[in-house]
Design a protein around this ligand. Structure first.
Ligand code: SF4
Ligand code: SF4
Length: 304
């Protein structure tokens, strides 16, 4: 069975598919969306999160750091990311939990140990396991291994994906997935490239393949991000694509942007910060109505 990189296993999740679920957050993503709310998922390597607001300036981290990467700044101690070797020594001594390593390697067996502990909740609630990210298709063997092990135990499986992968990897990863949450971020190729760093051509082709050839149950998810993808033109093109290429039976969810990821970008030492306003209820309703005009069944929010 495979192994891969993850950064969190979340029990009792109620937002990632039907019922109570265990969500496995894989680490590593080929997209770099400006609004990413899990920025710690983008790089596959282990990273150091530093929450400066928790630091009480004791200096223990500077004392133990073997790389000379910690230095005082005012009343706190900050990290020189160029020097940091991500060894974790500072995490061990920080009593304030201001420093945390994010990410670890895990086997399918490790994941299934956590899944088995939650299994009784799936049966009573109609839940199961969701693999999220990061991008699950970037680790197709690991994702496929988790799903295969779940199916052997009769557990419902879901995935949250951007769909950005070579076709073979997608088919390998999702053969045993029961439900696919599939992101559509922008339709115009140049806009998609600017917002995410990659072209959307393969994403659109894979979506059609999943739905028509692999016959998967798909929920299309559209993040609504003010000033990025919330133009009337983008919703018209998205509605037209879904209704033409998939038909009007497919479910569509509109997910309003929230700003929780901004603090984490600071904690990871990202130089660039993107301040984006969350959309209001009226803007969400307008977006919904535009898509409904194509005969689609649209809901605001990700509940099932
Ligand atoms: S060990 Fe923790 S509390 Fe102490 S200076 Fe370092 S980050 Fe701050
Ligand atoms: S992770 Fe290691 S190298 Fe990086 S700041 Fe902490 S102690 Fe220093």
């Amino acid at each position: 069975m495979g192994k891969g990189n993850l950064f969190r296993i979340q029990s009792y999740s109620i937002h990632d598919g039907p019922g109570i679920r265990t969500t496995i957050f894989l680490k590593g993503c080929p997209l770099h969306c400006l609004w990413c709310h899990n920025p710690e998922s983008q790089r596959q390597a282990v990273e150091l999160l530093y929450m400066e607001n928790l630091c009480q300036g004791c200096g223990a981290c500077q004392y133990v750091c073997p790389a000379g990467a910690v230095f005082p700044k005012g009343y706190t101690y900050v990290v020189d990311r160029e020097k940091c070797r991500v060894c974790g020594a500072c995490q061990e001594v920080c009593r304030q939990k201001a420093r945390t390593l994010v990410g670890r390697e895990a086997t399918v067996e490790d994941v299934m140990e956590a899944v088995k502990r939650d299994e009784m909740f799936y049966q009573s609630s109609g839940g199961g396991v969701t693999v999220s990210g990061g991008e699950p298709l970037m680790q197709p063997e690991f994702t496929a291994g988790i799903f295969r092990a779940c199916k052997e135990r009769g557990i419902h499986t879901a995935v949250e994906t951007s769909g950005y992968a070579v076709r073979d990897h997608m088919m390998q990863a999702l053969g045993d997935a029961d439900l696919i949450f599939y992101d559509l971020k922008a339709m115009e190729p140049g806009l998609h490239q600017r917002l995410t760093g990659v072209s959307n051509q393969v994403i659109l082709e894979n979506l059609v393949c999943l739905y028509h050839e692999m016959k998967k149950e798909v929920v299309v998810r559209i993040p609504v991000v003010c000033g990025c993808n919330d133009s009337a033109e983008n919703f018209r093109c998205t509605g037209s694509f879904i209704s033409t290429e998939l038909g009007t039976d497919v479910r569509v969810q509109l997910l309003p942007y929230h700003s929780m990821g901004e603090g984490k970008q600071r904690q990871l030492g990202w130089q660039e910060e993107h301040r984006i306003r969350p959309p209001g209820q009226e803007e969400m309703e307008q977006s919904k109505q535009m898509l409904c005009g194509f005969g689609l069944s649209v809901q605001i929010g990700g509940s099932m």
